[in-house]
Design a protein around this ligand. Structure first.
Ligand SMILES: Cc1cc2nc3c(=O)[nH]c(=O)nc-3n(C[C@H](O)[C@H](O)[C@H](O)COP(=O)(O)OP(=O)(O)OC[C@H]3O[C@@H](n4cnc5c(N)ncnc54)[C@H](O)[C@@H]3O)c2cc1C
Length: 474
């Protein structure tokens, strides 16, 4: 039987291994860490009243993803899926503070610039500027399109809706959810078809409204009750007895000439095919000795999550819906986003209140992709005590609670740091990542996959894994 060695047991590696065993191959998965899942991980609190577990990494997936749906169906989990509370999220903005996020939008780009929430978020003057999109011809953008030049989200939004709309409506979404600066994000990548439709309709807002109206009804994201990390347990269960999954086993060398995989203990495995499901800098290190690669992709600034368990009656009414995205221009809070976990997911709310009345979980995230790489901004490298102090003060300001009350109600906290899970999306880094992918392809033995090569998120990754050629050499 051909031997497929999968390196990395995140969602990418485990899904690839699952595909490979289903195709009848002999599969070994090698994972450096003591546990599987990578950026899909649980955070468990051992509290006096009992255990409370939420997600410490990815918490949901894009519901339109047919590949995720198929995967969950195959694992027998599809009928358990749940959607978030439909209350929607809020924005935390300079000057105006907390406001509900416009309901009709795409990446924060408004589908109705005259909507009350848009005017509330932008102020009257900037709202008039945003509405100019409805009446300004799209000729210059049609010309750009005809010339085939790439268009970033930032330049289109600034031009059509004005800089305030970019800063207040779009930057919080793109930076908060997708860890990217809108000025670096290729519009066609995240919103395929939007520019062409806007040229046809003579307005970006009208195009957003059309696309939203045509989208299938239902929530944009789904998860599993108990948390998205249950997917990892299900994949490990499905691989049990069908593949060998080894933890604490870092791969240190790959030799396409002899088709050997070497681990940190010096052990060598022969493989007919290697699926390398790790971050691009790690893939670069493994590929460099046998290829022509010269420029190592860089890690981004990373993020730190602070998960707070709080007893706070003021949160019972879900004052900020499912959570908030923070404009990068805000100065009185350092977080880039906050999820009110127990408001967003019914299963989490029930789990928390089964332990104590008024119990809530808030998850705040720190570290923007636009931060300086020296670690000076609050984020991945910030000391634990500083992060915790910031989180309680930010949560109070953002959720409209008294700081002392929130601190008095703090039951437990956990800090989780992520650096490798999300690719740095600058154009130079994207070129370097493509070079790694190409170098792997030329070995005719190694396939790369995972967030750095497929795009961030479970939907993009599972789609990429499904398209991987499984053709072990004889
Ligand atoms: C805080 C946070 C929240 C997120 N929220 C969402 C969300 O809600 N929805 C969504 O769709 N996406 C979300 N994402 C993104 C999503 O989690 C990631 O895109 C995805 O989990 C990455 O999976 P992966 O398998 O590519 O990489 P990883 O999960 O990083 O897995 C790579 C694995 O390879 C291992 N490895 C690395 N080098 C070696 C080596 N040399 N030898 C052996 N093993 C090695 C690592 O230990 C790791 O386990 C979030 C990410 C973060 C950080």
């Amino acid at each position: 039987m051909p031997h497929v060695v999968v390196i990395g047991a995140g969602i990418a590696g485990l899904t690839a291994a699952y595909r490979a065993v289903n195709a009848g191959h002999h599969v070994t998965v090698l994972e450096a860490e003591p546990t599987a899942g990578g950026a899909i991980a649980p955070a468990t609190f051992d509290l006096p009243e009992g255990q409370l577990t939420v997600d410490a990494g990815a918490e949901a997936y894009a519901a339109r993803s047919t590949h995720m749906t198929q995967l969950l169906e195959g694992l027998g989990l599809a009928n358990e899926l749940v959607t978030p509370n439909p209350d929607g999220s809020w924005l935390y903005l300079p000057e105006v503070g907390a406001v509900p996020a416009p309901k009709l939008g795409m990446w924060g780009i408004p589908g109705d610039p005259a909507a009350a929430e848009v005017i509330q978020a932008l102020g009257a003057e900037a709202a008039v500027r945003a509405a100019a999109d409805l009446a300004t011809p799209m000729d210059a953008w049609a010309k750009r399109r005809a010339e085939g030049q790439p268009v970033t989200v930032g330049e289109l939004v600034a031009d059509r809706f004005g800089p305030v709309a970019l800063e207040r409506l779009v930057a919080p979404v793109v930076a908060g959810v997708h860890s990217a600066d809108p000025n670096d994000v290729d519009l066609d990548k995240i919103a395929p078809g939007l520019l062409d439709k806007a040229i046809q309709r003579g307005s970006v807002a009208k195009a957003v409204a059309d696309i939203r109206a045509a989208a299938p009804p239902g929530a944009a994201v789904k998860t599993l009750p108990g948390g998205m990390h249950r997917l990892i347990d299900a994949l490990l269960d499905a691989l049990r007895d069908r593949a060998e999954v080894r933890f604490g086993t870092r791969v240190t060398a790959l030799d396409p000439a002899t088709r050997t995989v070497t681990t940190q203990t010096g052990e060598q495995l022969t493989a007919n095919q290697v699926i390398l499901a790790v971050d691009a800098p790690s893939a670069y290190d493994l590929l460099t000795p046998s290829t022509q690669l010269t420029k190592r992709p860089a890690y981004g600034t990373g993020v730190a999550l602070v998960v707070l368990v709080i007893d706070a009656p003021g949160l019972d009414v879900h004052p900020r819906g499912t959570g908030m995205l923070v404009s990068p221009a805000v100065t009185d809070a350092h977080a880039k986003a906050a999820t009110h976990v127990t408001a967003k997911w019914q299963w989490a709310g029930q789990a928390a209140t089964s332990l104590a009345e008024h119990r809530h979980v808030i998850r705040l995230s720190y570290g923007r992709i636009t931060d300086p790489l020296d670690g000076s901004a609050p984020g991945h490298d910030t000391a634990e005590a500083d992060l915790l102090a910031m989180a309680t003060s930010d949560a109070a300001a953002m959720f409209g609670l008294e700081h002392e009350q929130l601190q008095a109600g703090l039951v437990a906290s956990k800090i989780v740091r992520w650096r490798r899970a999300m690719p740095l999306t600058t154009p130079d880094n994207t070129t370097r990542i493509r070079a790694v992918q190409e170098a792997a392809r030329t070995t005719n033995w190694i396939q790369v996959t995972g967030a750095w090569f497929a795009g961030t998120g479970l939907a993009a990754i599972t789609q990429h894994v499904t398209g991987l050629p499984l053709n072990p050499l004889q």
